[in-house]
Ligand binder design. Structure first.
Ligand code: SAM
Ligand code: ZN
Length: 277
């Protein structure tokens, strides 16, 4: 179980002390204890309910199907390539199924990974994504259960950001890799199926959300075309924001009317930030 590899970097979500793995639980010195689930992940969520933004079981299943088919593999390679060679601890905030983090760990045999996501459905899968990956249920909007300066790299792909916390957990000179979709992402499916589109202010908000704690060192555009059959289209719709808002009954009918395969744009922006010293 790979929580063993990362436990020294985790902290108690109640008192922020370090934690140890004893038996089947993570414990701090003050006696706060968090059970390790049978599937090998731990929930360090405390207090009230998880936010409503957690991916559902169905969304996570759709995401695993879609990413597992390799449609976004060029993006995963780009994220892994952006990870500095000497990195020892790589955290992923909003890691989903752990797909991108696993790719990073494949390329960096000396590194361990911490997958953080508020969806236990996602984290359950992330726990299986790589042998050097520890999977933790945590809310990005709350203090992260990671010690100060413990992460050399923080990955954030299509997920919420918390500038102050990202800055706290990153080591001096650490790297933050943020991937966001551009307006062209999933064109022409967005128009054909009436999916939610990315709003144009998003790009500006990425830098703003990091609140002056980071310097953007590099920005790159990653675009390629994916050929999607009806099942893959259903998966990409089911894993995205439209899954929250569109009428699920109507979608299969719309998808059935598409040509057998659709040529769809995958379009992402990747920004590399360094923490200000
Ligand atoms: C669009 S998915 C991206 C997942 C993964 N990075 C990927 O690209 O495959 C967004 C993820 O953010 C997670 N999420 C949403 N709100 C969150 C929060 N407040 N804290 C942590 N994770 C959150 C969701 O559960 C979901 O797994
Ligand atoms: Zn504690």
């Amino acid at each position: 179980m790979s929580l063993t590899d990362v436990v020294e970097h985790l902290i108690c979500p109640v008192c922020a002390d370090g934690v140890e793995l004893t038996g089947r639980a993570l414990r701090c010195r003050r006696g706060h204890a968090f059970d390790v689930a049978r599937q090998g992940y731990v929930s360090l969520l405390v207090g009230s309910r998880a936010p409503g933004t957690a991916d559902s079981a169905a969304m996570v299943a759709a995401r695993e199907t879609f990413l597992g088919a390799g449609h976004f593999a060029p993006l995963a390679e780009a994220v892994a390539a952006a990870c500095p060679a000497g990195a020892r601890v790589v955290a992923d905030a909003g890691a989903g199924t752990g797909y991108y983090l696993a790719e990073v760990l494949d390329r960096r045999p000396e590194a361990v990974g911490i997958a953080l996501d508020v969806s236990k459905h996602a984290i359950r899968r992330a726990a299986r994504a790589h042998s050097r990956l520890g999977a933790v249920v945590a809310d990005v909007w709350r203090p992260l259960p990671v010690g100060d300066g413990k992460a050399d790299v923080l990955v954030n792909v299509f997920a919420p950001r918390n500038g102050p916390e990202f800055a706290r957990v990153l080591a001096d000179g650490g790297t933050l890799i943020v991937v966001t979709p551009t307006r062209r992402h999933l064109h022409p499916l967005v128009e054909e199926l009436g999916l939610l589109s990315v709003d144009e202010a998003k790009e500006r908000r990425v830098a703003e959300s990091l609140g002056g704690r980071f310097v953007e060192a590099e920005r790159s555009l990653h675009e390629f075309t994916v050929s999607l059959g009806h099942e893959a289209v259903a998966a990409v719709v089911g894993m995205g924001p439209s899954a929250w808002h569109t009428d699920p009954g109507a979608m299969p009918t719309k998808i059935a009317k598409l040509p057998k395969t659709s040529e769809v744009a995958a379009s992402f922006r990747m920004s590399i930030f360094h923490r200000r010293l």
